[in-house]
Design a protein. Sequence first.
Length: 284
Amino acid sequence: MPFVDVHDVRLYYEFTGPEDAPLILQFGGSLFGRQNFDLVNDGFRKNFRLLSFDASGYGRSTQPLIRYSIENWADEGAGLLDALGIERALTHGTSMGGMIALAFTARYPEKTVASCADCAMARCDTYRKIMFRNWRQQCEALPLDDFCDLLTIQAVGAAFIEQHPEVFDNVKQIVGMNSPYTVRQACLAMEEMDLEPLAEEIRRPILFTNGSRDIMTPPDLAPSGFSARQIAERVPEYARLHEFPDIGHADLLEVPDEAVRVVTGFFTEVLAGEGISARSSARA
């Protein structure tokens, strides 16, 4: 199995997709980890090589009982690229991973070709802080099945649930793969984060994608938060916003083909501007 030492942890990683294609580094979410991308990986592998990894605290990687943060996970992604000898990459993060992608893009412009921050925000408003605090409490107090059911109805649109009742069992299976300690720490990291100063320093192309009915990370927040729309307005020369209509938080689950199309189009546009075509190396 492929492992690499980054800082004080040992990370599990996987390469898939054509070796001569531009590379996407993937940042998974707070509860699903890298499994967030399962339904879109085949679509992306048609044009890109994917670098998927278990962040510290998740999956097969080291799971230290420490205080985690969005910035530290972003630094970990940069360390992974260094350890693998990769100078630059596209990045794609979803949910908490979108916030990590945001931080990575701002902190490591020299390593970033372009980024997609899916379902991301820079700072929670009061509503979202209480939501993530409740997740921490529910994760500790409720049976896993009950916790996952509550999570599912908050993450996925009502219409999708009616059409795909199997989503409840799928969520339970994936969430159960991750450490409850890490889940609680991830919620705390999102509660406490303030990425607004980093957002102002973004100097690489970044696409924010959000569901219009997302209650977890909506494109617009109350005044105490700092949303994807505000980031796009703050650095309009680098950031743009795309809203998927009539869906909730999980566009990679609810509209996977559309998510692949939108992100592929954005990355292809940026690569063309740099003179990099599909199926050419992103290690330049």
